[in-house]
Design a protein around this ligand. Structure first.
Ligand code: AMO
Length: 442
């Protein structure tokens, strides 16, 4: 008999079908045995009656996470037993025979038990099966799908970029060294240089891939390996065009989530944000003046936003501007990477931006310097040796249009969308300074 998925049982009332999955919960009520069976599509309550002797004998041995194939009949539940909130609350599956495909050893705890984060991470191959984690990563897959679909529909070409690189583009101390090669190589902190090079080929490109940051601390928003969703586009007017297309993507994402992931948001008690046609935009200085005025603490001389400022600005946007998102623009040149375009009005500021969402920065983007000589001058100002970047510089030497792009952290976006406090919970297998699967101190 062909396998029927659990979500489709409702349309098979009165029929005999075969289903397969994991034993989620088992309850014995005298001679009646109830089992909730879980497959990739949902859960159903099964009942094993004592008169089906063989099935009853097998069922007595079943425990949590055993994998079984079951033949049986889909019955309507009596009216007073119907549970409207459940996928299969109106039916019950009467088991006729059971085949054990795989047994499981004794479980460390119940699959949906609320355990502390370390216990949760120690047991990921098991804990990820829970309702909450599996909902998180279903939504995450949906985000990636919309990103890919949206940018493809806008004429962008998806590219695969190397993760082993010769020099670090983002600068700073947080790049990992790789010592295998003749010269020390690095793990890519972003696809930055390659996505810019590829503007010379395709004009519009995007990349979805893992990037690496040697963050020294374990925080609730930093990972050592995360998924960066990047775009780069040619022939822009300035960074406003980049913010516009990110806004359009977010509006599409909000719609797609509302179409396909309402159940998952319900499980996580999270709300899908509405995205305004124009996400509010403030320059860093405007934002700092506002924060200083409202909080009485002067931050107008600081070159960047502190995490508490990001939270404040998000609250402000939510309360006063009716938006869960806010762009902060025009960061100082001194604080941005060498490739960032400078504001013509004042070259100490850039045409770079951050996007803040529900208290956290989820994106950095900018217009880039496209003129070869200006780029070399900018490198020298940042005490970088242009010779080390000669490979990348060919793209500029041989003509690159005005361009810009952004990098969006998938795990931070997932966490903030779903109201998750720790970004590690929005990462399938998070790496941080203390843990690569198992605790490194173990
Ligand atoms: P940036 O370094 O700001 O910019 O990174 C872009 C976005 O990536 C996410 N992110 C992280 N997520 C988890 N753990 C980390 N350690 C971490 N670091 C960054 C954030 C952040 O906003 N090349 C530029 C992008 C560009 O200009 O196109 C860059 O990488 O969501």
């Amino acid at each position: 008999m062909n396998r029927t998925y659990i979500k489709d049982l409702k349309s098979n009332v009165g029929q005999s079908v075969s289903i397969s999955g994991w034993v989620d919960v088992r309850r014995d009520h005298g001679k009646l045995i109830f089992i909730d069976l879980r497959d990739m599509s949902g859960k159903v309550q099964m009942v094993i009656l004592p008169n089906h002797t063989e099935a009853h004998i097998v069922a007595k041995d079943l425990r949590g996470e055993w994998v079984i194939r079951v033949n049986g009949k889909v019955n309507e539940r009596p009216a007073k037993m119907v549970n409207k909130d459940e996928l299969n609350g109106a039916i019950e599956f009467e088991v006729l025979s059971i085949e054990v495909l795989s047994s499981a050893k004794e479980l460390p705890f119940a699959v949906n038990e609320n355990v502390n984060i370390d216990t949760y991470l120690d047991h990921l191959p098991f804990t990820l099966r829970g309702t909450r984690p599996s909902s998180i990563f279903k939504v995450q897959a949906g985000i990636v799908k919309t990103f890919r679909d949206f940018f493809t529909s806008q004429g962008f070409t998806e590219i695969q970029v190397p993760k082993l690189i010769g020099d670090d583009a983002e600068g700073g101390a947080n790049s990992f060294d790789v010592t295998y090669f003749k010269h020390t190589a690095h793990l890519a902190q972003s696809p930055q240089l390659y996505k810019q090079i590829m503007v010379g080929v395709f004009e519009r490109v995007f990349a979805i891939g893992n990037v690496y940051r040697a963050e020294k601390h374990s925080t609730t928003r930093h990972l050592n390996e995360y998924t960066s969703m990047d775009i780069e586009m040619g022939f822009i007017k300035d960074h406003e065009d980049v913010m516009d297309i990110e806004t359009e993507f977010l509006r599409k994402l909000s719609n797609d989530l509302k179409d396909s992931y309402v159940d998952e948001f319900k499980i996580l008690s999270a709300t899908i944000p509405d995205v305004p046609v124009k996400i509010p935009r403030l320059s860093l200085r405007e934002a700092q003046i506002l924060i200083s005025k409202e909080t009485g603490k002067d931050c107008t001389q600081e070159p960047d936003l502190e995490p508490e400022h990001e939270r404040w600005l998000c609250n402000y946007a939510h309360e006063k501007l009716d938006s869960d998102f806010i762009f902060i623009t025009n960061f100082p040149t001194a604080k941005r990477p060498f490739y960032t375009y400078r504001d013509e009005k004042d070259a100490t500021y850039t045409k770079g931006f951050d996007l803040l969402f529900r208290g956290v920065e989820i994106t950095t983007g900018a217009q880039r310097i496209h003129n070869y000589d200006d780029l070399i001058a900018s490198m020298k100002e940042k005490k970088l040796n242009p010779e080390k970047f000669s490979y990348y510089l060919q793209a500029f030497k041989y003509g690159l249009p005005p361009h810009g792009g952004f990098g969006l952290g998938l795990e931070r976006l997932t966490a903030k969308l779903l109201g998750i406090d720790n970004v590690k919970e929005a990462t399938l297998f998070p790496r941080d300074i203390n843990r690569i699967d198992t605790l490194l101190s173990k």
